[in-house]
Design a protein around this ligand. Sequence first.
Ligand code: SAM
Length: 293
Amino acid sequence: MTLASRSMAEARGAGTVVQGEFPFTNEDFTRIAALLYETSGISLPDTKATLVYSRLAKRLRILGIGSFREYYALVASPDGVDERNNMLRALTTNVTRFFREPHHFDHVLQNVIEPAIDSVRKGARLRIWSAGCSTGQEPYSLALTILSALPEAPNHDVKILATDIDTNVLATGRAACYAEDLVEAIPTAVRSRWMERDPEDSRGWRMGEAARSLVSFRELNLMTEWPMKGQFQAIFCRNVVIYFDEPTQERIFTRFGERLIKGGRLYVGHSERVGVPGFETDGLTSYRFVGGR
Ligand SMILES: C[S@@+](CC[C@H](N)C(=O)[O-])C[C@H]1O[C@@H](n2cnc3c(N)ncnc32)[C@H](O)[C@@H]1O
């Protein structure tokens, strides 16, 4: 046996899953995956070990930590809450776009917003929740959709709640500034009417006051209690539960049902399906809450 093969065999014996700058054992992976699942609902299959290693090795370098064992001790400790958030950010994706899956915005316009306009003008509430809103493109697309049908929406009881577990993406959403290439999906006429040039970057854009006033960004981990009291006419939760295991997805969808008015709509990502009682398919990855309890 050569020296190299002996050290690899020894490493395998110790349960090493990735050979790299830092030792990364099965135990390291399992403990990190369990902590991520517990705190965020995200379920990491074994096939993600290399990805976890490469994303978190950067954090170890930044922090000057020499092993995953030490890193785990930090993120699992009560003082490790900031780094736990960094770990979550490193292991999740915030990819989003304005008017992603445009058919959802046509659907919510025709089935939720337009039918509500008369009663909203008489004082009724309109509430939509973007759960897992990332950097704000989804809730602002909803705001622009509402403004297209009800330009005076800010004078009525209309609100979009935008929540995410990641405080960094929420800060971007609140700032509401986007580079030119990110706003390309927004029709020019809509952009000219409801957006303004970014005061700090003449090539970028900022959501105008009307759209900003409709959206409230809040930190919320979907795995915890939800403090909101009122019900929603629509919930967008797209490309979020895709990282959760099936029982967790079902629990979240059931809880969405408890937060929807009867006849309210739930929109999920293109590869996701809602299979819990109380929801009926009502279009491409849109579901109508029919109750049933
Ligand atoms: C891929 S983005 C989806 C953004 C948007 N919904 C869309 O489809 O374009 C997923 C978002 O879910 C958030 N997320 C992941 N786990 C979460 C949890 N347990 N609670 C709340 N948000 C979570 C992430 O921080 C990320 O911003």
